[in-house]
Design a binder for this molecule. Structure first.
Ligand code: ZN
Length: 269
């Protein structure tokens, strides 16, 4: 069972990572993707990946998350922005062995950062991902139309995952047609998530080869676990819900999503 989206560096400020990874392993996790959010996070995750590799393989992605564009100085001037982007490029080219993707990047329609700036940064991530032949890990909130527009405008031919996908079947199709994978997480553990559950039914029937599992820990608590930091071990809740609602074997969900993950991120089993 692989958690395709877990912010281990953020989790480390709430929890003892060794314990987190130990219980993740006991719960059946075999691998974790840790996307980064800003330059300090790139360095922190390289360290975490080295330090805990003996417990679980930890893959990393390099990116500038839209939430943190404020703190990473990109807003102050064009020069500061291009400096950040060229730092990202050299970090990616340094290519720590754990780097398997570019991200977390994307566009968020709900934050106080100008959309044009977010799109510019997103575009730079897409260009870098294509140049490095790495997939992208994409964040969205009220921004599906903007993301699809960016893919078109930048003629992006690469692949990637839309993380924490909770949209309709129609929206899902727009990404699937582009060869994207969809990350499904804690949202589906809530009964009210009818739209996402409906999309998941479609995915299981028609595009099961594009399904990834994720926790987005320490965020996005599973149903019944609100109020505590989310952890990779709770990925079992997502698997249980899928297995229950759609009458698929747990082992089948785990095997399929593991194969999908390894294929997308180009990792040999
Ligand atoms: Zn994230």
């Amino acid at each position: 069972m692989i958690d395709s989206h877990c912010h281990l560096d953020l989790l480390a400020s709430h929890k003892n990572l060794e314990k987190v990874l130990d219980s993740a392993k006991s719960a059946g996790l075999t691998r974790i993707m840790a996307p980064s959010i800003h330059p300090e996070s790139w360095r922190a995750l390289h360290k975490i990946s080295d330090q805990y590799h003996h417990m679980l393989p930890i893959d990393c992605a390099l990116g500038l998350h839209p939430y943190f564009l404020n703190s990473s100085d990109c807003l102050s001037s064009d020069k500061a922005l291009s400096h950040q982007l060229s730092e990202l490029e050299s970090a990616a080219q340094d290519c720590h062995p754990s780097v398997k993707a570019i991200g977390e990047t994307g566009v968020d329609g709900h934050i106080d950062i100008p959309i044009t700036l977010q799109q510019k940064v997103f575009h730079a991530h897409l260009t870098l991902a294509e140049r490095m032949s790495l997939p992208v890990i994409v964040h969205h909130r009220k921004s599906h139309h903007l993301l699809l527009e960016s893919f078109k405008q930048s003629h992006y031919q690469g692949s990637g995952v839309i993380h924490a996908f909770s949209g309709s079947v129609e929206v899902a199709k727009g990404y699937l047609e582009r060869g994207f994978y969809l990350g499904i997480g804690g949202t589906i553990t809530y009964e009210r998530a009818k739209k996402t559950r409906n999309t998941l039914a479609y995915l299981l029937e028609h595009h099961v080869d594009r399904l990834l599992l994720e926790t987005d820990a320490p965020d996005m608590p599973m149903c019944g676990r609100q109020g505590e930091p989310n952890e990779p071990r709770y990925l079992t809740d997502v698997v249980d819900v899928i297995s229950e609602i759609y009458s698929v074997k747990r082992s089948e969900v785990i095997a399929t999503t593991t194969t999908n993950y390894l294929r997308l991120f180009g990792i040999e089993d």
